[in-house]
Design a protein around this ligand. Structure first.
Ligand code: ADP
Length: 469
């Protein structure tokens, strides 16, 4: 089966969050199952693009409104990622350092999708399935089914995976003419709430819709930033498939970013060595339990509550715990997290920014990882934590609910019901009590490292779902 993944991110080429991890891993595992999975993303000005060799597979133009942009599609030559990688280069639009966050993101991702389809429409063969990820590629199912330029593609099955329904990419109807021509009677397929809504269009037009965990599928029929009714309506063609993790990248035994490698047999000494180094670097006490957070500092992740959670937990523990934060996002939260360092030196520290190696070192060196998310479509952090012997403290929501069982229920994590300061501080208290029982801690570490969250089974579930005809 030939599967074409369209996405805005793909690790290690361009990653902002979990979307990048998924698109960097799922195709590799699909190829291992004997299929041909390829990935198409924009060519940003990233290190990967500058440091690898490519061949040009397509030259063309894309017209948006009154401007023509030159398009060049590159194929990476070594196949070192475990799949064919295609980068869509559009001078003046996509060739920038960051993935998102520009005033013209609508034009950038629209041009990306049109260029990719112009290219695919020229192929001599048709792929078996086109798999789109999130709203940045959400207009592809509509365009394949409705635009006159792509009639050749209109029988190719399309799948949308929703990694996050909060972000939908809406833009005004004044930009309608940016789209390649189609029968205007079909415009309602693009519309949601009086705007062109790429995520809604994909939910309507894709042959199948998936979410990145079963619980998230249930939840978005009730809370989905305005798309609840649509999602409930399209439930019949939807499925929740829990993300996996890339066991090759996230392997504490081989991970080159760690201070010391370890496995479930050497977990105690391995984690101790990583914790000691981490504590040395961040001026923390390696003899106290280390609580951490890694992620985007946005309300969805409960980040706005983190400063107060830290203050209260540090005060209540009377110097018996350490906290280390890694994240970036809301500048107000960033400042408040930085400030705490002055009040609790030696017990608290924060790294504000994005740092891939540090994230690996924290998963390896921490005792506990906090995830007080308000919304968590799947969450990969808790699965990385488990694989690195770190106990997750999670809110029971979305994918966190599907992957973490509370110690009180015979499980291995700490769960709480609400994203509230009280709930999280209470959960930290429970974790501290657990930490004092080192025998139990050792048992849990060994157990969680052996849990299998790899892509092997989920990759097959997607293949089964693709049998659409
Ligand atoms: P989301 O995609 O909503 O941000 P996920 O849990 O699905 O959340 O994935 C987050 C991914 O991004 C993980 O690989 C996590 O380690 C990584 N990550 C998030 N913030 C940072 C950061 N500041 N530095 C390094 N890695 C980060």
């Amino acid at each position: 089966m030939e599967i074409i993944h369209f996405s805005a991110e793909c690790y290690p080429v361009a990653k902002v969050g979990g979307l990048g991890d998924v698109v960097g891993a799922l195709p590799k595992y699909q190829n291992k199952l004997g299929h041909v999975a390829k990935v198409v993303i924009p060519a940003y000005q990233t290190k990967f693009f500058q440091q690898h060799e490519f061949e040009v597979v397509y030259d063309g133009w894309v017209k948006l409104d009154f401007t023509n942009y030159q398009v060049r599609i590159f194929r990476e030559l070594t196949n070192k990622l475990g799949f064919d990688l295609y980068l869509v280069h559009i001078a003046g639009l996509l060739d920038r350092e960051k993935v998102y966050g520009y005033h013209d993101d609508v034009s950038r991702f629209l041009a990306f999708q049109i260029a990719a389809l112009d290219w695919m429409a020229q192929w001599e063969h048709l792929p078996d399935v086109v798999h789109c990820h999130d709203h940045h590629t959400g207009l592809i199912p509509f365009m394949m089914g409705n635009c006159f330029n792509y009639t050749k593609l209109n029988q190719v099955p399309t799948v949308l995976t929703i990694h996050n329904a909060q972000y939908q990419g809406q833009f005004g109807w004044d930009k309608l003419y940016y789209l390649p021509p189609y029968d205007l009677w079909n415009s309602s397929k693009l519309d949601w709430g009086g705007a062109i809504n790429p995520l809604a269009a994909a939910i309507k037009c894709a042959w199948r819709v998936t979410t990145v965990s079963p619980s998230y599928l249930d939840e978005i029929s009730h809370v989905a930033n305005g798309l609840e009714n649509l999602l409930a309506q399209e439930r019949g063609k939807s499925a929740g498939i829990l993300n996996g993790i890339d066991n090759e990248v996230w392997n504490p035994q081989k991970d080159p970013m760690l201070f010391k490698n370890f496995n479930s047999r050497t977990v105690e000494s391995g984690k101790k060595a990583n914790k000691e180094e981490l504590c040395r670097v961040f001026n923390l006490d390696p003899n106290k339990p280390l609580f951490t957070f890694i992620g985007r500092l946005v309300d969805e992740k409960g980040a706005d509550l983190l400063p107060e959670i830290c203050y209260q937990a540090l005060a209540q523990s009377q110097g018996e715990i350490n906290i280390l934060m890694l994240g970036s996002g809301d500048p107000g939260v960033e400042d408040r997290l930085n400030e705490i360092t002055q009040h609790h030196p030696g017990h608290y520290n924060a790294y504000i920014g994005y740092n891939e190696s540090l994230s690996h070192q924290i998963y390896a060196g921490a005792d506990f990882l906090l995830m007080p998310s308000r919304v968590e479509p799947c969450g990969l952090n808790q699965m990385y934590a488990l694989r690195y012997g770190t106990i997750p403290i999670v809110r029971r929501i979305g994918g966190l609910k599907d992957t973490v069982i509370d110690i009180g229920d015979g499980g291995f994590g700490i769960c709480h019901d609400q994203t509230s300061i009280w709930d999280v501080v209470h959960a930290i208290g429970r974790a501290y009590a657990l930490y004092l029982n080192q025998k139990k801690m050792k048992e849990i570490r060994k157990f969680i490292m052996a849990l299998d969250h790899s892509w092997d089974s989920a990759a097959q579930q997607y293949i089964d779902l693709y049998q659409l005809k």
